[in-house]
Design a protein around this ligand. Sequence first.
Ligand SMILES: Cc1ncc(COP(=O)(O)O)c(C=O)c1O
Length: 411
Amino acid sequence: MRTLAIHGGTPVRAGRPLPSALEASGRTIGPEEEAAVLRVLRSGMLSSVWGTEVAALTEEFAALIGARYAVACSSGTAAVHLAVAAVDPEPGDEIIVPPISDMGSVTPIIAQNAVPVFADVEPGTGNLDPDAVAALIGPRTRAVVAVHLFGKPAPVARLRELTDRAGILLIEDCAQAYLAPVRPGGPLAGAVGQLGCFSLQQYKHITTGDGGLVTTDDPELALRLRRFADKGWPRETGERAYLSFALNYRMTELVGAVAREQLRKLPAVVARRRAGAAAFAGGVAGLPGLGLPPDDGDHVYWYFPLLVDGLDEAGLRRYAAALTAEGVPALGGYLARPLYAEPVLRQPLTYGSSGYPLRGRAEYPDGLCPVAEDLVYRRLVVVPWNENYSEDDVDDIVAAVTKVHTALVAS
Ligand SMILES: Cc1ncc(COP(=O)(O)O)c(C=O)c1O
């Protein structure tokens, strides 16, 4: 067996880094985006309050996702904040969330004085388990945030049935899942819940560095989203008034113009990611003790998650470190710990020393979501995926996973 690079062997890929979302090699920024930026700069109008780019972006985005309205904002976290603010919880109300996501799915709930309640996830995907959600819906629950983790749609049809029955709202966090059909030929992620949140952060399928969008079919929710992103100002009336508590989360015209160009490239980005992922999956299928993500033609592969059998926490981290040393950057567990184990929630560190609204209301002990903990601590290894991986790149990733897996798991 070939010696692993972490043990001093020759890496599968040495001196030829894979395309990365942190560099031009792994992004689709080109002359179109350059022209868009110049177009805005030369117009002299950089604000979306009076400009045309963000207005056009929201129309184009809503049409692409299949929603009536889209509202632009400054980040994915801001998008979730807009959505939670549109839900308008009473202080101390509860919103159900999964424990495997970016913290941007969760802290907006606390910003609106509501309490995040963590539901466990499905073992094969890390997406919310509808049965776990059903068991947690109570008199104070106002919404569920379903994250489409790594680009695999969460079971939002079932979640929507549950939330409708309970008379509460479903927010989809689609930051990692652009153009993902929730079932073959069905609606896209972001068009099933009442609110769909997207991120344009550097690592996402398309990027403006930072930026966000929220979709909805409901004119009343759309108005609340717009007002919350714009200081409660009713622009449509022409009156200077501040009608509700709100912040300034507006997207600039520069960001909007770049986002429009990125949007045009999105279908090809998703198709290339899916093609590369299919080739990779074919190359590693059959390695004993390696689970691959279920794909019913719906996965859009933000990251490629691997499910590894038989490791403890140290072994999982070592597996990821070994892949990284072979030239394939990987993360063991995706997160260091489930979100509820982070200091902000557990201590909690919120408003001054009050711990509001969590202290005395929410307990976030170890063991809260055992399936999520098993994934983060013992089973999940993620490989960032990219539309610019060539066939050779994918072959190298197959070779690296085969080498590491054979040495550490299946030898
Ligand atoms: C699932 C998910 N939700 C929310 C966010 C927050 O988005 P942003 O970083 O744009 O604030 C991210 C990514 O960063 C994410 O992956």
